[in-house]
Design a protein around this ligand. Structure first.
Ligand code: IMP
Ligand code: MG
Length: 180
C-alpha cells in the first residue's frame, strides 16, 4: 500500500486503469454530434481528469475550447447543499455544445446547478463527464452522460481530489486508511 504524508493509501483506481478508461470515454464522446464543443472543467477537483480527458479527446480528433468554472458547494452530505459560482467562465455559451467535466457525481447538486446555468445561458446542448459516480449518494434526479467508474461510498482522494487540501497530486484514486 502506498504511504503518502505518513498515511497508508489504498489504491482504488490506478493510473493505468484511469488512462485506459479515459481513452474509452473520449471514444464515446467522439460519437456524439458536436458542432461547437466547449469543455468546462469544474474546479478544483476535476483539473487532472480534465487535463487527461481533453488530451484523449484530441486523439479522437476532437478540438474543444476549454474553460474553467469554480463552483463551491456547502453542506454536502446530509444537509442541503448551497451551490454557487466562485469564479465564472469568460466565454460565450449560447448556441454551443457544452461538456461539463467534474471529478465526482455525488448528491448531483453541483452538476445540476451548473448544467441549469449553462442551459439558461442558451447552450445548444449540455453533457456531463465525470470520473467517478457515487450512485448510492444521489439526492436528486441527475445522471452523467459519460462515467469513468462507479465509485464505492468511500471518501476518495488523488487524481485531483483532496481531503483538507491534501493528496490532489496522487496519480491514482485512493482511500486514506490511517497512519502508516
Ligand atoms: P455533489 O454531487 O454536488 O454532491 O458534489 C460532488 C462534489 O463533492 C465533487 O465535485 C467533489 O468536489 C466533492 N466530493 C464528493 N465526494 C468526494 C470524495 O470522496 N472525495 C473528494 N471530493 C468529493
Ligand atoms: Mg468538485
Amino acid at each position: 500500500m502506498p504511504v503518502v504524508r505518513g498515511k497508508d493509501i489504498e489504491v482504488l483506481f490506478n493510473a493505468t486503469t484511469i488512462a485506459r478508461r479515459n481513452l474509452e470515454l473520449a471514444k464515446e464522446i467522439a460519437t456524439r454530434d458536436y458542432h461547437d464543443l466547449l469543455v468546462i472543467a469544474i474546479l478544483k477537483g476535476s483539473f487532472i481528469f480534465a487535463a487527461d480527458l481533453i488530451r484523449a479527446m484530441h486523439d479522437m480528433d476532437l478540438s474543444p475550447e476549454v474553460e474553467f468554472i469554480f463552483i463551491s458547494s456547502y453542506g454536502t452530505g446530509t444537509t442541503s447543499g448551497e451551490v454557487r459560482v466562485l469564479r465564472d467562465i469568460d466565454n460565450e455559451v449560447a448556441g454551443r455544445d457544452v461538456l461539463l467535466i467534474d471529478d465526482i457525481l455525488e448528491s448531483g447538486k453541483t452538476l445540476k446547478f451548473t448544467r441549469d446555468l449553462m442551459l439558461s445561458r442558451g447552450a445548444r446542448s449540455v453533457a456531463i463527464a465525470v470520473l467517478l459516480d457515487k450512485t448510492s449518494k444521489r439526492q436528486i434526479d441527475m445522471e452523467a452522460d459519460f462515467v469513468g467508474f462507479e465509485c464505492p461510498d468511500y471518501f476518495v482522494v488523488g487524481y485531483g481530489m483532496d481531503v483538507a487540501h491534501a493528496f490532489r497530486e496522487l496519480p491514482f484514486v485512493g482511500v486514506v486508511k490511517g497512519d502508516a
